[in-house]
Design a protein around this ligand. Sequence first.
Ligand SMILES: *Cc1c(COP(=O)(O)O)cnc(C)c1O
Length: 435
Amino acid sequence: MTAFYSTRGSGPAGLEAVLQTGTAPDGGLFVPERLAAFERGALAESGTPAELAQRMLAPYFEGSFLAAALPEICADAFAYPLPLADLSPASNGARLQLLELFHGPTAAFKDYGARFLSACLERILAEEPASSQPLTILVATSGDTGAAVASAFSGRDKIRVVVLFPKGRISPRQEHHLGCWDGNVQALAVHGAFDDCQRLVKQAFADSRLRKRVRLGSANSINLGRLLPQSAYHAWAAIKAGEGSHFVVPTGNMGNGVACLWAREMGAGIGRILLTTNANRTIGDYLSSGEYRGRESIGTLANAMDVGDPSNMERLRHHFDGDVERIRAAVSAASVDDERIRRRIRREHEDSGAVLCPHTAAGVDACRDWLADAGAPDGDWVIAATAHPAKFETVVEPLIGTTVAPPPQLEELLSRRSSHEEIPAELAALTPFLG
Ligand SMILES: *Cc1c(COP(=O)(O)O)cnc(C)c1O
């Protein structure tokens, strides 16, 4: 049975508690006591992503009543195609493949984690007496998280969702996708940046009086229920792409980055990991200076990665006992500014017809840039394609000079009515919405 501990030392806690609370009581983030280790060959026997997820995550579910439901939970979260698609080869001949993580209900990778978590929580709540207090999931989004979480929890019994987003900093379609759900989902536009939204979430969780009154749960990538399934799709891609393939992970809050690292540590056979951020350089600066300095976020074209103080850095540092030398040996980082994102979207479309969302474009650019350099490792590359480009049409369409048709699942969402409320970035303005 796996126990879970906070990155700041408290624990142990059981799986069900960890999935419901997200943040540990001491303010840290929960991590498994140790990561399960597998033979790559054993993982490769899985016929589908759902089966692989089930195999990889079983050790973390051992001892919980949820273990019996794990196959169903994985089938629910991995119900969508997970293809690898070729880009044109790199200048050195290396194969470059996109891992298309955007075939779920809101066309972004966060559907995997959100659906996995909601499938778990639904079962946990169903075990409780009918009179038990409903759970309020409080989530901050820089664009995509909110829609994925809203979709995954919409209409579920005993669960409410409150989604905070930075007013005016997400695309009109994203805004629409946050407000078009059932009555158990409330979207709130916050006057501020994503970091303000994230701060409000942290303040709410730290407010003991509020938490006596309202049962709060989280669904940001601070929640372990999001990260674990994300490890499984990286492992799936590593098995399809071949042993030792290198990975490029566009990341903001470091959730996807940590998930990829965990997949490697669990035995997926992943080579180098290149973490890619937009102009928010906190991660890269930490790797080069050895000194962690969180800061205000900067608005960029890849707005789902506009994070200046990534929460999951705490998990990364904890994994390596805070030793920056070991972190440098494990991962690389690159920062790609808006100009390079624009150029990359244009170039890939001209060269091969590929249409990339801004986040994916940052990853592709960092990859090609590294490969043009003599210091890059040999071998093939997988680049996580984190969202469908139609979600960022206001950025992408002018650059490629043509429209990007939304996939059918987004068309359907756009045809629904959508509404939200606005609040200042203050806890007092938020609490009335929490129940
Ligand atoms: C959330 C998001 C990211 C960054 O994910 P992290 O969990 O912060 O690593 C990248 N791209 C898109 C489209 C996203 O929505």
